[in-house]
Design a protein around this ligand. Structure first.
Ligand code: ADP
Length: 835
């Protein structure tokens, strides 16, 4: 027979063959009809037609074509079998109707025909009985009205013969569509031999014993052990043998007819009843066995599955029965409980099964466990509880248990299923984090979900903001804690609507953190400035799940910064004012000095004229007084010159008029003028000037002023009896420079003051104490002039050991043209400040 998936042609050929079979079987059945019976003893043609449709399960159109074929074949068979044409046609219609009905019922609503459950078997029996009833009624009517036979006899005979045939043969059609699940073994062969042999023996011609029941055990054997296919095939064989042999007078039923005078219809009915019984019995057994096997296999795999699930579960699972005894537990639970020493290595949990939970649970108070377990039957064990377990090698583990009951059919609680999770590490981590959060009392740590609803509010946040965590967690939009004006300003900057989005705009844009100052509004309405660092909270897969803000109250710091800024501004303003004042003062000093210089020069000129006798000869006393006027006048002039120079230097406007000149001349001139002014002093004086010219590129007046200042200091700070020397030579170590050395044996300068003496207005305390006159400007002018010539000045001195001032100046290049304006640093040329 062809399968449903076979190509169209193959199905058509198979259908044609089947219809030919229907015809042949029909002819044979009519031929083998018991003498005197209007209907055949057995109608296997119906079984074959139904079988074929069930095995190939074609679509509605093909089924219809095939049913039509059944009509034609059956009618033809009846006709050929010698029945009148009308009868044959009506029987053909009745056959076709039966086949269509049975097949239709078994495949209603697109169902595939199967025999996997008792429901399927019931459906087959019901369809068969319905089909048999239909053929019975139709055949009975035909026999009664056309042939003049008894309706009931014909109807029942037809119903039985068809019903039995369909019941015996349809399973084979269904089984053909089922995949073979086992290979045939020796047992199959033996069983086949037994069934066929016994059936043949029971129905053989000489058999007169009523042994019709004998083939049943063989069929049952097949049903229990060899499966549906074998049973279906054997039912057909038994049917064929029984019917054939009965119709030729063999077997118990035919014998009964001969011996007991039973009418042929009854013999037929008996044979069909025998076949129907055999079919129903063995089929139901076969189906039940198959179903049981499938159920067992399912159960086994389910048990295996639940075993695997239990053993791979990370949670500890323990099943305790109502007496408090462990009934089952998984590997995780066994690990935590610690297997007893005698436990088998591969399944340590087995050794724990059957022991009281109170004995094996590693808790400090077994009595509590015992009490709990006694409550199983009452159902009062809490659905969730926590316990500390002392686990060997792991220390104290904190277990959280979820409990559920198992009940029996009567609803009694028989077991408690405990599922436990070890939360020790998690709790420790959580405690640590909580401790950290709580310890940060000065820092507000606020967590939010993605929408800004607060999820975390630590102690610091409570302190900074004045809200309790319970008042804000889960309820308040975080942006509400901010000064609305602040948020609005920032929103405007970012071009957003005011709200939480303003705070996390950068983070949403991908930044890791963002820190900026915000104003928080405390619960009492006061405002605090905080420096808030926002960052995103991400889960293990990197997905953003919320935000964390860490805020520090910087109100004081910001206030201090503002105060400092104000102070700095004030300071700057003061400095500017002082600088302006200083400039005014310098300008004033400068102009006063300038104004003093001309009349003083005139005074000195007149004094000189008097000394020279322009007003007649002066007496000794007069000469002495005029000499004093002259000396003091010169000192005053020198002071005025210093003040004027200082003003220039201060303003950066020192003008020099450099030209090639011989330093020896300058030195000699200065020496003479100082000597004149200090002629009354008792000092030893040495001058040692190089016999060769000391060419320098310089302003002679400025250089003379420099030497004069050094010499007058030496004289000033050296008491009478001391020595003042002046030397000017080319530098031995550096041929490019000349050295001018002014030294004295005076009071000296402490090393701490060596640098300060060149500062403007610096006067040593010793100079002040001893009332040595001076302005504190001399050395600053010396340094400005030395440096203005590209040279430098240095001091070597110690208290009471004299001082040596050394000026180093660059030698003028040999080719230099001795004209003004070559190489001086003066910004303006031609007019020297020093005259
Ligand atoms: P002034 O001589 O008018 O006080 P200076 O600028 O010339 O101002 O000198 C500054 C200070 O340096 C002097 O007050 C003095 O203390 C110290 N000083 C300068 N030259 C000598 C020196 N030759 N010996 C000792 N101290 C000196």
């Amino acid at each position: 027979m062809s399968r449903v998936t076979a190509p169209r042609l193959r199905w058509s050929v198979a259908a044609a063959v089947a219809l030919a079979g229907v015809f042949v079987l029909g002819v044979t059945s009519v031929h083998f009809a018991l003498p005197g019976s209007t209907v055949a003893l057995w109608w296997p043609a119906a079984g074959l037609a139904v079988s074929f449709l069930l095995a190939t399960n074609p679509g509605p159109r093909r089924s219809a074509v095939f049913v039509l074929g059944v009509l034609v074949s059956s009618a033809a068979a009846n006709l050929v079998g010698g029945r009148p044409a009308w009868v044959s046609i009506l029987y053909g219609v009745a056959n076709a109707a039966e086949v269509a009905l049975v097949h239709g019922l078994l495949t209603a609503r697109g169902r595939r025909p199967r025999l996997a459950s008792m429901d399927d078997l019931w459906r087959l029996i019901a369809a068969t009985v319905t089909g048999a009833a239909v053929i019975g009624v139709l055949a009975g009517l035909t026999a009664h009205y056309v042939l003049g036979g008894d309706f009931l006899d014909s109807a029942s005979a037809a119903a039985f013969s068809h019903g039995a045939a369909v019941l015996v043969m349809a399973p084979l059609g269904i089984a053909a569509g089922i995949r073979r699940t086992r290979r045939p073994e020796v047992e199959d062969l033996v069983q086949w031999v037994v069934v066929v042999g016994v059936t043949a023996w029971v129905f053989h011609l000489d058999q007169s014993l009523p042994l019709a029941f004998l083939p049943i055990p063989g069929l049952v054997w097949g049903a229990l052990r060899l499966g549906l296919r074998t049973v279906a095939a054997q039912l057909l064989v038994v049917g064929v043998v029984a019917v054939t042999m009965t119709s030729v007078g063999g077997g118990p039923f035919a014998t009964a007819a001969q011996v007991g005078g039973i009418p042929p219809e009854t013999v037929g009915a008996l044979t069909q009843a025998f076949l129907a019984t055999a079919a129903v019995t063995t089929l139901s057994l076969a189906v039940a066995t198959t179903q049981r096997r499938a159920a067992l296999a399912e159960l086994r795999s389910e048990v295996e599955l639940s075993g695997v699930v239990l053993d791979t579960a990370a949670s500890a699972i323990i099943v305790v029965d109502a007496s408090g005894t462990i009934a089952r537990l998984n590997a995780t639970a066994a690990r935590l409980l610690g297997a007893p020493e005698d436990a088998p290595e591969d399944a340590p949990e087995d050794a724990l099964v059957g022991r009281p939970a109170a004995e094996v649970f590693p808790v400090d108070d077994p009595q509590e466990v015992r009490t709990r377990m006694a409550e199983i039957a009452d159902g009062t064990v809490p659905l969730r509880n926590e316990q500390d377990w002392r686990v060997e090698g792991l220390g104290v583990r904190h277990m959280v248990w979820t409990n559920a009951y198992l009940t029996d059919d009567d609803g009694r609680r028989t077991h408690l299923v405990k599922t436990g999770v070890d939360v020790t590490d998690e709790r420790a981590a959580r405690t640590f984090v909580e401790a950290v959060l709580e310890a940060a009392t000065a820092t507000a740590i606020i967590g939010t979900d993605l929408d800004g609803v607060i999820t975390l509010f630590n102690r610091g946040a409570e302190t900074v903001l004045g809200w309790r965590a319970a008042e804000v967690v889960g309820i308040r939009d975080w942006s509400l804690l901010h000064d609305p004006a602040d948020v609005e300003r920032r929103a405007a900057e970012l071009g957003l609507d005011p709200g939480f989005g303003v705070l996390v705009h950068r983070l949403r844009g991908g930044a890791a953190t963002e820190t900026r100052d915000w104003t928080y509004v405390r619960k009492d309405g006061t405002r605090r400035t905080v420096s808030l660092t926002m960052s995103g909270i991400r889960d293990e897969s990197g997905r953003l799940t919320g935000y964390l803000g860490v805020a520090e109250d910087v109100t004081r710091r910001r206030q201090a910064e503002v105060a400092l800024q104000v102070a700095l501004d004030r300071e700057r303003q003061a400095v500017e004012e002082l600088t302006a004042l200083d400039r005014t003062k310098s300008d004033f000093v400068s102009s006063v000095s300038h104004e003093l210089r001309t009349p003083l020069a005139s005074v000195l000129g007149y004094a000189e004229m008097l000394e020279d006798g322009a007003a007649g000869d002066l007496t000794e006393r007069q000469l002495e007084l005029v000499g004093r006027v002259d000396r003091n006048g010169r000192r005053l002039l020198s002071l005025i010159e210093d003040l004027l120079l200082n003003s220039r230097i201060e303003a950066g406007r020192l003008r020099l008029e450099p030209r090639r000149c011989d330093l020896s001349d300058v030195v000699a001139s200065a020496w003479t003028s100082v000597a004149t002014v200090t002629s009354q002093r008792e000092l030893a004086r040495d001058i040692d000037v190089s016999p060769r010219p000391l060419w320098v590129e310089g302003d002679p007046a400025a250089l003379e002023r420099m030497v004069t200042n050094l010499l007058s200091n030496a004289v000033k700070f050296t008491p009478d009896g001391g020595r003042v020397s002046l030397a000017a030579h080319p530098d031995d170590r550096d041929p490019g420079t000349v050295r001018l050395v002014v030294s004295d044996s005076g009071m000296g300068i402490p090393p701490a003051d060596h640098e300060r003496v060149f500062a403007r207005f610096f006067r040593s305390s010793a100079a002040n104490e001893r009332a040595i006159q001076g302005s504190g400007l001399g050395l600053s002018i010396v340094r400005a002039i030395a440096e203005g010539h590209g040279g430098s000045v240095a001091v070597e001195s110690a208290p009471d050991a004299g001082s040596t001032f050394t000026v180093t100046l660059p030698v003028a290049p040999a080719t230099a043209v001795p004209v003004s304006g070559s190489g001086g640093p003066a910004p303006e040329r031609g007019v020297s400040d020093i005259s």
